[in-house]
Ligand binder design. Structure first.
Ligand SMILES: Nc1ncnc2c1ncn2[C@@H]1O[C@H](COP(=O)(O)OP(=O)(O)OP(=O)(O)O)[C@@H](O)[C@H]1O
Length: 232
C-alpha cells in the first residue's frame, strides 16, 4: 500500500504538491490526470525520493522512501530519459537490469521475449544505442525497463507520450495484462483521458498540487466527470 501524508512541496510561490492524506491500495490501477503544471510529475518524483518534500511524507509498504532503500527492490518506474543508460543498446540495458536483480542470462533473455510485440521489431536486434532511438522507441525502452523486474508497484509518467496509435493500444493491453498476472499496483499519469479511463480502476484529478477529485472508475464511469472538468 502507498500512503501520502500531509505532503507539501512548493517551488517559490508555486504549490506543486499539497495532499493531506491519500491511500493507494494493492492491485489498484490509479490514473493521475490534471492540466499542465497540476503536479503529476512532482508527486511521482516525491514518491520515488527524487525530490525532497518541504513537509510530510510518502510510505510505500510502510517504508518512507527517503529513509530506507529497500522499496527499490519492488518498485519499477519510468519518469523520463534520465532513467535510461543511453550509451547501451536496449539488449545491453535489459541484460544489466536482469543481472542486478539476480536473473540468469537465460531468464533475462526470456523476459525480453515478453515484450516482443510491444517492441514491434524496432528495439531488439537493431544494434542501435538507446540514445539513437526515436522518441517513441526510447519511451518503449523506458516502459519495458519499469516492468522488467516484475515489480509489485509500477509508476509511469505519461507513458502514452510519443507512441504511435497502435503502440498506445498495445501498451494498454501490456499494462492491464501485467496487473492481471502480477496483481501489481500501477500508477500512471496521462493527458489522454480515454486511455486513462480505459485502464484505470480509480482516477485522481489534480489541480495546483491538490487532489480535487478521487473518482471510482471500475465501470469506466469517471469519463463523465472528467469530460465536465476538462470541457471536452
Ligand atoms: N524544479 C522545479 N523548479 C521550479 N518549479 C518547478 C520544478 N518542478 C516543477 N515545478 C513547477 O511545479 C508545478 C507542477 O509541475 P509538474 O511538472 O509536477 O506538473 P505536471 O502536472 O506533471 O505538468 P505537465 O502535465 O505539464 O507535465 C509547475 O508549476 C512547475 O512549473
Amino acid at each position: 500500500m502507498i500512503t501520502i501524508n500531509n505532503l507539501q512541496k512548493n517551488f517559490g510561490t508555486t504549490v506543486a504538491s499539497s495532499i493531506e492524506y491519500f491511500e493507494i491500495t494493492d492491485g489498484e490501477i490509479l490514473g493521475l490526470v490534471g492540466n499542465n503544471g497540476a503536479g503529476k510529475t512532482t508527486l511521482f518524483r516525491l514518491m520515488l525520493d527524487l525530490l525532497k518534500a518541504d513537509s510530510g511524507f510518502v510510505t510505500i509498504d510502510g517504508i518512507n522512501p527517503s529513509e530506507n532503500e529497500d522499496w527499490k527492490q519492488h518498485v519499477g518506474a519510468y519518469i523520463d530519459e534520465g532513467f535510461l543508460i543511453d550509451f547501451l543498446t536496449p539488449e545491453e540495458y535489459f541484460a544489466f537490469l536482469g543481472k542486478v536483480s539476480g536473473m540468469t542470462k537465460e531468464q533475462s533473455e526470456k523476459r525480453m521475449e515478453d515484450f516482443t510485440d510491444f517492441a514491434a521489431g524496432e528495439i531488439f536486434g537493431q544494434k542501435k544505442l538507446i540514445r539513437n532511438l526515436s522518441a517513441g522507441n526510447k519511451q518503449k525502452v523506458g516502459i519495458i525497463s519499469a516492468l522488467y523486474r516484475r515489480p509489485s508497484i509500477v509508476i509511469l509518467d505519461e507513458p502514452f507520450n510519443f507512441l504511435d496509435p497502435s503502440s498506445q493500444t498495445l501498451l494498454k493491453h501490456l499494462l492491464t495484462d501485467y496487473v492481471a498476472q502480477t496483481k501489481a499496483t500501477l500508477l500512471i499519469s496521462s493527458h489522454n483521458l480515454q486511455h486513462t479511463v480505459d485502464i484505470s480502476t480509480r482516477i485522481a484529478l489534480l489541480e495546483h498540487g491538490c487532489i480535487i477529485r478521487d473518482l471510482d472508475n471500475k465501470n469506466q464511469q469517471a469519463i463523465h466527470e472528467l469530460d465536465l472538468y476538462f470541457g471536452s
